[in-house]
Ligand binder design. Sequence first.
Ligand SMILES: Nc1ncnc2c1ncn2[C@@H]1O[C@H](COP(=O)(O)OP(=O)(O)O)[C@@H](O)[C@H]1O
Ligand SMILES: [Mg+2]
Length: 435
Amino acid sequence: MDDNSINNLKEALKFSPDNIPLRQHLADVLLKANRLDEAEEEYLHLLKLTSDNKTKVGLAHVFYQKEAYSKCIVILEEVIEGGFEDFDALILYARALMREQSIASAIDIYQRALELNPAFRDEELDQELRQANVPAEEAPADSIESRFVQKPSVNFNDVGGMENVKKEIELKIIKPLAHPELYKAYGKKIGGGILLYGPPGCGKTFIAKATAGQVNARFISVGLNDILDMWIGNSEKNLHQIFEVARQNAPCVLFFDEIDALGASRSDMKQSSGRHLINQFLQELDGIDNSNDGVLVLGATNTPWHLDAAFRRPGRFDRIIFVPPPDATARESIFQLKLKGKPTEAVDYKSLAKKLESYSGADIEAVIDIAIEEKLESSFTDGIPKPIKTADLVNASKKHKASTQEWFATAKNFALFANDAGLYDDILSYLKIKK
Ligand SMILES: Nc1ncnc2c1ncn2[C@@H]1O[C@H](COP(=O)(O)OP(=O)(O)O)[C@@H](O)[C@H]1O
Ligand SMILES: [Mg+2]
């Protein structure tokens, strides 16, 4: 709008000074024309006549343009905390907070704005918040490194039972790493990941970590929230960076826990951002742009049926392994492993293990924990540690029930009615159901 029209508006207002919409219009036009002093004057005048949120946000805009960020923040804080959920106001608020170095609040508000308009990206805000979120001299890759890269001290000896799983991992992951030339000689492609699935607490996460320890490699464990939360927006970039850190740290085990959250059936993903993330993940897995040599990919899920089928293509998670609850022998060795170095006396591991049908490794850990707590209590009186006996563990097991049955109730239905290509046959044979 040119100066002439602005003058006309001003003239008109002289005749009807209390016309609120007209004055609001003039103020907005002045703001757009960057005539900030005049705009401020008009907004202030308006606020004597009305307490409209739009007017307040207009004034906040003026203050922002004048670099009076704290004044801008005071107004927007009142407006927004008062319940005015306006996208523009939130974006402006986030920007002002960022200018005042209130980074955490700025991220918070920016996320609220994105909830109102998920497709929106403010490149500048995105960029600056992401940079501001990282200590100045630290490159993002370094912070990922220190946050995610571990050097596990457990190996296969610490894992009770799971002989099948160990064998698969050996064949698919460990051997190729040790003898790449043999695989090459037969033209056998190395790569692809293993997906572990099964009831909770049965050692999926644990064996992934032990795999890294077994080959003396680094371990990078990632949950979906790590990717989504690291900074706002740009989850795809975060995912790429994690893969890059893994490549730089090869040989390493890159483990995606609860991967179903990431690979949730694409049709379920209402937001396009979810689809982008999946596609990015598949691209990274395929290692098209960057080689994944020496990066051993493992994934775990309790709900494999929620995983997009694209994840199971060759070269991706092309081995799907069922991790069942430990059998009696495995339970026995888990008890022994977990009680090692603790005061015990004549524990009958065999009979104990036999009694605890359906108990997971995590359940066994809980049982031991309860037994120890009770022993501790009775040791306080004389200060002498009393040894844990079979009866203590049996008693403790009455206070902690097995937790795996519930999972099978659901899994059974998928194994019976959605068993593409015999994917879940292992569940059926575990339950002794004939096809
Ligand atoms: N086979 C096992 N051998 C030794 N410990 C186990 C075993 N299975 C489970 N545990 C113990 O139970 C805990 C929980 O197991 P976890 O690997 O987190 O289960 P999941 O990932 O399958 O839900 C582990 O930290 C580990 O201490
Ligand atoms: Mg787990």
